[in-house]
Write a new protein. Sequence first.
Length: 94
Amino acid sequence: MVISGRDRGRRGIVLRVDGDRVWVEGVHMVNKHLKPNPNTQTQGGIVEREASMHISNVMIYNPVEKKPGRVGFRKLADGRKVRVFRSTGESVDV
């Protein structure tokens, strides 16, 4: 869920993470002007696509509270380390 910027409050699936930048499906859409390229059979024109945003502008959506939530880590009895929501203690399903 986006927590700041022009798309604040919108939810989507994270498509890609690259360092401190993330691409979220259907969020932060920009118009990209493409030049035709005969080598790759690409037509030119204006294409709408997702742009990257800083990772600090997104949080994981907590379906129990129906709002974005902070995430922490907890070790289970069998030694596995899992992510949990700090407010509810529920496990983050990935």
